[in-house]
Design a protein around this ligand. Structure first.
Ligand code: GRG
Length: 309
């Protein structure tokens, strides 16, 4: 959930109430996610999937997906299955990232990691289950008002964002770079453009696709989200050194322990913050052409740099 002190740092906007917007959207997403996975036999796997999926989290990706769809002229109903799918994919990537074979973390979203509660075998399968179900959800539950061709485009875009050309590729290079103090800025950008920005981009672009955005508008959405994706990661790196475990809901200071090169380790904290701010400004400019309709996505971009968890 969004901390009030965080929102006070947001640029003043007399017409758009981001705090109220986030609260309402988070609630909508929580309800849809809760309904999406009932517990049936074999209960253990559904419980494990729900344990991580419903553990809180900012729900930034589904909220971005819904906002992009609405900006282009679509409805929440049209985008909700895609929004939930993106959150399921994000959650599965967190479950697998936390495994002993990867980041080996004990805490996530303020609670014990999935494998600490259910064991490694079930945690791997819970991630697999969420990933598979995400695609089924988009294919089967996107309403008829969305042309099937668009649904196909969304499925393809999500697949591309996750595989070796996206999250998986970014994670591989990230694992390779552990303990290497000579990691270049180019490699660091590769890692985060793939590991973090790719899914944020897919969330936004797929939201636009569902609503039938033109190729030109999809390009704008893509540039907007690449910029906020990198800004998001820069802030994530800063928080890793400045925030507490309670604020983060996961172990703080992990990058230092893993001897990872990060944006603050290359540029320092103040310059990193300034770069993140620049990226957010560039992201917002991409959407100026949509006028007032762009307010939610522009406010969400600013939220990324002002967050404290
Ligand atoms: C996708 C097939 C497939 C495999 C996963 C493990 C892996 C491959 C990739 C790692 C991806 C990863 C963990 C990226 C980090 C992204 C990131 C900055 C997460 C934190 O996001 P927040 O702050 O978290 O939005 P909440 O909990 O608020 O949702």
């Amino acid at each position: 959930m969004v901390a009030a002190d965080n929102l006070q740092k947001m640029p003043k906007d007399t017409t758009f109430n981001l705090a109220a917007y986030l609260k309402e959207r988070q609630k909508l997403c929580e309800t849809a996610l809760d309904k999406s996975i009932p517990i049936i036999y074999p209960e253990k796997i559904y419980e494990s999937m729900r344990y991580s999926l419903l553990a809180g989290g900012k729900r930034l990706r589904p909220i971005l997906c819904l906002a992009a769809c609405e900006m282009i002229g679509g409805t929440i109903d049209m985008a909700m299955p895609t929004a939930c799918a993106v959150e399921m994919i994000h959650t599965m990537s967190l479950i697998h990232d936390d495994l002993p074979a990867m980041d080996n973390d004990d805490y996530r979203r303020g609670q014990l990691t999935n494998h600490k509660v259910y064991g490694e075998d079930i945690a791997i399968l819970a991630g697999d289950g969420l990933l598979a179900y995400a695609f089924e959800l988009v294919a089967m539950q996107t309403p008829e008002s969305v042309a099937r061709e668009r649904v196909l485009q969304v499925i393809a875009r999500l697949g591309k964002a996750l595989g070796a050309a996206g999250l998986v590729g970014g994670q591989v290079v990230d694992l390779d770079s552990e303990g290497k103090s000579d990691t270049s800025l180019e490699t660091l950008n590769f890692i985060h453009n793939h590991k973090t920005a790719a899914l944020l981009e897919a969330a936004v672009v797929c939201g636009g696709m569902v609503a039938g955005a033109s190729a030109e508008d999809l390009q704008r959405l893509s540039r907007y989200s690449q910029n906020i994706g990198l800004a998001f990661q820069i802030i994530d790196d800063i928080l890793d050194v400045t925030a507490t475990q309670e604020q983060l809901g996961k172990t703080a200071g992990k990058d230092l322990i893993a001897q990872k090169v990060t944006y603050p380790s290359l540029w320092g904290i103040e310059e990193s913050r300034a770069k993140a701010q620049e990226l957010v400004e560039s992201a917002c400019i991409e959407l100026d052409t949509f006028g007032e309709l762009a307010q939610p996505l522009q406010a969400l971009a600013h939220f990324i740099t002002s967050r404290n968890h």
